[in-house]
Design a protein around this ligand. Structure first.
Ligand SMILES: Nc1ncnc2c1ncn2[C@@H]1O[C@H](COP(=O)(O)OP(=O)(O)O)[C@@H](O)[C@H]1O
Ligand SMILES: [Mg+2]
Length: 343
């Protein structure tokens, strides 16, 4: 199929010529095209997150740019297009653009995104289940075991020395096991956000985390964080949980610092440790380019996915000085969405 090509004046943005492929692709007749400007092809700006997106290419901007636009067919159907253009001197100055329909590709990408978000959600559910199981079943069993060992201990005097030693050892193993299970089920525990605000929940969680893991956590946030929408709070909370779990399991660091700050239109969270850093290669892998070898952690992938679902982003800096996870989430109030063009 020949590619749709359109030529328009750079001063008025009015079309001066289009090819048959463009007529077929957009559904306008050639005569209609000649009464229109390039902007008439663009979708009205109804994207609630448009304020957070990079600005559209100015149709009269510098030549030679490749970019994607959201166009629409005459019947209103949105079309995602990749556009490449050149400027020429032609009846004044004009731009000729060639258009590639990438609607299908975008749709496939969206499907992939939904798939990975479903993966993240089922991971969440799985964690809740494991946490509950560890807490409700395994911990209770260990409790019963402690009672039994206590009974045996009462007649420790009549045991052979080796048996007595093994008994003492069993108490120590039991204690370790109980502590590990408590820590793990705590790390996996569903949030307390329903009952507490985000700062309250973070205080509660980090206090418990320090008690169980022995890792000191410094929590820095403004005295008045203001209103944080529920989905943003939950995402931040989950990212703190995952990041602290990573500090505990991988970093070797005995402390972590959490900073939460509010900027105009966004909320910024960092979780930093002073540990050994993420091994080289781990961060390059992500869901899209999974190698068959060691798989990327679902933790980091999940955190990125959660941030992206809310129109935000997550970056990780890591080196021998330690690891810092930074999340930026946009804060657009329901009512202010259409007005949100803060840049
Ligand atoms: N704070 C950290 N310090 C050092 N290494 C880390 C840290 N966070 C993550 N990593 C490394 O990155 C890998 C991927 O992390 P993640 O995606 O959370 O998966 P998982 O924790 O299940 O292994 C970890 O296995 C670990 O090697
Ligand atoms: Mg992890």
């Amino acid at each position: 199929m020949p590619q749709p090509m359109l030529a328009y004046r750079l001063d008025t943005l009015r079309f001066i010529a289009v090819n048959d492929a463009a007529v077929r692709h957009y559904g306008y007749s050639r005569r209609e095209f000649l009464t229109m400007t390039i902007n008439d092809l663009c979708l009205p700006d109804d994207d609630p997150w448009s304020g957070a997106e990079p600005p559209r290419l100015d149709p009269a901007g510098p030549p030679g740019l490749r970019t994607t636009w959201r166009h629409r067919h005459k019947d209103g159907t949105p079309i995602d297009v990749a556009v490449s253009g050149v400027s020429l001197v032609f009846n004044g100055r004009a731009r000729v653009i060639a258009v590639n329909d990438i609607t299908e590709r975008k749709r496939a990408e969206e499907e992939l995104r939904q798939l990975s978000s479903r993966l993240v959600r089922s991971q969440d559910e799985e964690r809740r289940r494991i946490a509950r199981e560890l807490h409700d079943a395994t911990s209770q069993t260990l409790g019963a075991l402690a009672i039994n060992l206590g009974v045996v201990n009462e007649s420790a005097g009549s045991l052979k020395p080796e048996a007595r030693e093994a008994l003492g050892d069993s108490f120590r193993l039991l204690e370790t096991c109980t502590r590990e299970i408590r820590t793990m089920s705590y790390l996996l525990h569903p949030p307390m956000l329903e009952e507490l605000s985000l700062p309250g929940a973070l205080h509660w969680y980090t206090r418990g985390f320090t008690e169980r893991s022995g890792t000191q956590v410094y929590l820095e946030m403004p005295p008045d964080l203001g209103d944080v929408p529920g989905d943003v709070a939950l995402t931040l909370y989950r990212i703190v949980q995952e990041s602290l779990a990573n500090v505990y399991r991988h970093s070797g660091s005995r402390s972590a610092t959490i900073r939460l700050s509010r900027e105009p239109g966004e909320i910024v969270l960092t979780v930093a440790d002073r540990g050994r850093g993420i091994p080289p290669g781990v961060l390059e892998r992500d869901l899209g380019k999974q190698s068959s070898g060691s798989s990327p952690g679902v933790g980091i992938t999940g955190m990125k996915e959660k941030a992206r679902q809310l129109g935000g982003r997550l970056e990780i800096q890591s080196g021998i000085q330690g690891t810092t996870v930074t999340v930026v989430l946009p804060l657009l109030q329901e009512g202010a969405r259409s007005a949100g063009s803060s840049g």
